[in-house]
Design a protein around this ligand. Structure first.
Ligand code: ADP
Ligand code: AMP
Length: 216
């Protein structure tokens, strides 16, 4: 199954993609995680990514499309994938069509902005695996330490209040139009489109997502 998760920063895309990916036996493809791995390089590209991402701006469509198209060629994607954070613009959705990157279902994770700010200010991540925690809502067993690897957790530069505000406005301007686009397309033979409520308990959201992914 080929799935796209769309929602504002902090909606729980990464958390839920990890859980469903394990359940369904398909990889979570997070463009944010892929870019964070690339930006560590001391190259001109690394420098460009650090500047754009720390400020909460999107990276250019062409670059993301190249990165995703290459990743989807790998053998673990043969029976499906869960796209987390991609596409994020109409240009990226159009680029997918041109490159024959097909999807079966698009799920919008809907959530109020007050909750997002609380979630992002307490987020801690394990960069190597993409596992995410929250200091109150989903704490690791030992503060600041990843449960599985024992390695240190980090807080993201773009989870600072200014960058969060900007990322929310970027979501409204560039990503929200995608929701209309997919909803309309679903009525004329495109991928199935559904909306789930992303607020409340982590397990409750996982169940809602699992229910909406069931064949209908
Ligand atoms: P996204 O990938 O959409 O930016 P994340 O999955 O990284 O969002 O979640 C953002 C933060 O919110 C993380 O700290 C995560 O642990 C926490 N979180 C995710 N889902 C929930 C939930 N249902 N209730 C409370 N906190 C949550
Ligand atoms: P995320 O981990 O999904 O919150 O993404 C973190 C940052 O990576 C974003 O604020 C963007 O700078 C960049 N990014 C991730 N995915 C995309 C995408 N599909 N298009 C453009 N920029 C992206």
């Amino acid at each position: 199954m080929r799935i796209v998760l769309i929602g504002p920063p902090g909606a729980g895309k990464g958390t839920q993609a990890q859980r469903q990916g394990q359940q369904l036996g398909i990889p979570q493809i997070s463009t944010g995680d892929m870019l964070r791995a690339t930006r560590r390089a001391s190259s001109a590209l690394g420098e460009q990514l650090r500047e754009l991402m720390d400020a909460g701006n999107l990276v250019p469509d062409e670059l993301i499309l190249e990165l995703v198209a290459e990743r989807l060629q790998q053998s673990d994607c043969a029976s499906g994938y869960l796209l987390d954070g991609f596409p994020r613009t109409l240009g990226q959705a159009e680029g997918m069509r041109l490159r024959n990157i097909n999807i079966d279902q698009v799920v919008q994770i809907d959530i109020g902005e007050d909750e997002l700010v609380k979630r992002l200010s307490g987020r801690w991540s394990h960069p190597a695996s993409g596992r995410v925690y929250h200091q109150l809502f989903n704490p690791p067993q030992r503060p600041g330490i990843d449960d599985e690897s024992g390695e240190p957790l980090v807080q993201r530069e773009d989870d600072q209040a200014d960058a969060v505000r900007h990322r929310l406005s970027v979501f409204h301007e560039h990503t929200k139009p995608l929701l209309d686009f997919y909803q309309r397309w679903s009525q004329t033979g495109g991928p199935r489109f559904s909306v789930i409520n992303g607020s409340g308990d982590l397990d409750a959201v996982t169940q809602r997502l699992a229910d909406t992914l069931k064949p209908q």
